[in-house]
Design a protein around this ligand. Structure first.
Ligand code: FRU
Length: 575
């Protein structure tokens, strides 16, 4: 998938006209035959792609400020799917490819419906997309974004949110993610797929799950079915995810589906008996399953609580319990849960084990917008019982106090009983408008959760950078003695400040002068974390558009996006 689709510049008007004329002479007859746009009544169009079309892609021109057009994909008179695509009206921000491989030899019609005011557009047929639609054998995904991270996972192009279905098998870390192949803003949810052997270098694999009649594909988890409990086969990888249908009245209908893979998660077969779990509520999503005590346990977000289910086979589920009433933060919807057991690292109960319930919430985060809260307690196979309820009455504990850490969950089947986690490095307050276009959103570096005691003798959840990063030269490690301010800056004078106040036991990040901040008023805000034990060290991972700060190797963590003109290369420490 590479060739340069960006128009060449500086070649002079005459040359441009020549090229345009040549293009018309060479391609127009075949394009016209294979690609035809017909105007229907109102704001409706029909794009016909003839069965003999040879090209691999239809390139769709996108304008982010345009309203979403509803696009029906009709193959031999049968509607196969419906997409929402911001077809360009006045200018092309970028192209996205619509792959034609699976439709070859068939009549393919795309019927588009959009509700726009045409009065100042010079009449029908004049929208930019109609003139700029293209058939092509190539789509250029070569990076041209200066903000694209160097060592964080990103999609090759288009939109990404939550990490999904992460699992480890045969030396490979599998990361799926919420993906819109048809634009760099949220919509048309698919599961895209990437793999890595070291959690640093990621390879893009084909999209794994696409919307079907049960809905678009929202977040979920994967497990390896070592004992063939589901009957699909020993060692099958099974994905459980939310199928989401948006009704014409704008409501979401969410149910849970499964799909199975015989090739280590490369391709999935969607289970014919879907959905496997339904409920009467609107926000019922993000199934996270694990094997415990001879059965599958499922933790689901359900409005502002978590529901726990069990099953022998992942097809028949029984509700076991509900958790969350009047505990922790309820200023938003509870999403993307996780539940796992960890060893305590220090103090009186060192070596003992406790369960941690991860609960992502949006909005309601301490620094505004989306964030990850957690609860520590016990799980008896049926019920999660929090230790010390009083701690969570009108209060919450957060896994990462920065503004850009969300939807974090752990890898299943990880080696050495690890619960390695990855989060989405953004915030719903501004995720759709951060200043990148070829792709939007990155994931955090991988982290290892751990339990530790603070000075107040309370237990907390920490997140240390995964050991794979050790010795790679990706972070700065600073020794700290008492209050101080660390300023990261670039040659343009933009700066990111990390302020440690030992007296107040607080760690703050200030990105007000960090670079581009004005694309959303919620971006330019400080974030502050409580510090549980005096800080003696900071590890700082700086990439082209993010700063992740780990105090005492993960006892306190702050993750922030930044959009500086160039990477911060200077580090200054002052008292
Ligand atoms: C969290 C979330 C999930 C949902 C997904 C949809 O960011 O809202 O709850 O499954 O995103 O893309």
């Amino acid at each position: 998938m590479r060739t340069n689709r960006i128009p060449s510049t500086g070649s002079g008007q005459a040359h441009k006209y020549m090229v345009a004329l040549l293009m018309i002479l060479c391609f127009a007859p075949s394009l016209l035959a294979q690609l035809k746009v017909e105007h229907l009544a109102g704001d409706n169009h029909l794009i016909r792609i003839a069965p003999e079309t040879k090209e691999k892609y239809l390139l769709l021109p996108i304008e982010e400020a345009a309203p979403e057009a509803q696009v029906k994909v009709i193959v031999n008179n049968v509607q196969q799917r419906q997409l929402n695509i911001r077809l360009a009206l006045t200018k092309v921000d970028y192209y996205v490819p619509f792959c034609l491989d699976e439709f070859r030899g068939q009549y393919l019609n795309l019927m588009t419906h959009v509700n726009i005011d045409r009065s100042n557009r010079g009449g029908v047929g004049n929208e930019v997309w109609q003139q700029d639609l293209k058939l092509s054998n190539e789509f250029d995904s070569t990076n041209h974004e200066k903000y694209r991270p160097a060592f964080h996972h990103t999609p090759a192009y288009a939109w990404m949110n939550d990490p999904n279905g992460m699992f480890y098998k045969d030396g490979v870390w599998h990361l799926y993610y919420q993906y819109n192949p048809y634009g760099s803003m949220w919509g048309n949810m698919h599961w895209a797929h990437s793999t890595s052997r070291d959690l640093i270098n990621w390879e893009h694999r084909p999209v794994a799950l696409s919307p079907d009649a049960n809905g678009t594909i929202f977040s979920g988890s994967c497990i390896v079915d070592h004992n063939n409990t589901a009957g699909f086969g020993k060692g099958a990888v099974i994905a459980m995810y939310t199928s989401c249908i948006q009704t014409p009245w704008g409501h979401d209908v969410q149910s849970q589906s499964i799909a199975y893979s015989f090739d280590n998660g490369e391709t999935f077969h969607v289970y014919e008996g879907n959905p496997v779990l339904t409920a009467e509520i609107a926000d019922f999503r993000d199934p996270n399953m694990f094997w415990y005590d001879g059965k599958w346990v499922l933790v689901m977000s359900a409005g502002q609580e978590m529901r726990i289910y069990s099953s022998p086979n992942m097809k028949d589920w029984t509700e076991e319990s509900r958790f969350g009433k009047e505990l922790g933060c309820h200023d938003g919807v509870w999403e993307c849960p996780d539940l796992f057991k960890l060893k305590i690292e220090n103090g009186k109960w060192k070596g003992e084990e406790k369960w941690v319930l991860i609960c992502n919430i949006n909005p309601g985060g301490l620094a505004g917008g989306s964030a990850t809260q957690y609860f520590i307690g016990d799980f008896d196979g049926h019920k999660f019982i929090v230790d010390d309820e009083a701690r969570y009455k009108g209060a919450s504990l957060w896994q990462d106090y920065g503004k850009d850490h969300y939807a974090t969950v752990s890898f299943s089947n990880a080696p050495d009983a690890r619960h390695t986690m990855i989060g989405w490095m953004s915030n719903w307050q501004y995720a759709n408008v951060v200043p990148t276009m070829q792709y939007r959103s990155a994931n955090t570096i991988a982290r290892e959760p751990f339990l530790y005691y603070g000075k107040d003798k309370q237990l907390y959840l920490g997140s240390a950078p995964s050991p794979e990063y050790d010795g790679q030269g990706l972070d700065k490690e600073l020794k700290i003695k008492g209050s101080c301010t660390i300023t990261l800056s670039n040659k343009e004078g933009e700066e990111f400040k990390i302020i440690y106040d030992e007296k107040a036991m607080k760690l703050t990040v200030d990105r007000s002068k960090s670079g581009e901040t004005k694309f959303c008023q919620d971006f330019d805000q400080n974030a502050t974390a409580p510090v549980r034990n005096k800080l003696t060290s900071l590890r700082i991972f700086i990439d082209n558009s993010s700063v992740e700060v780990f105090g005492n190797n993960g006892e306190v963590v702050l993750t922030s996006l930044v959009f500086p003109k160039s990477k911060y290369t200077e580090t200054n420490i002052s008292k």
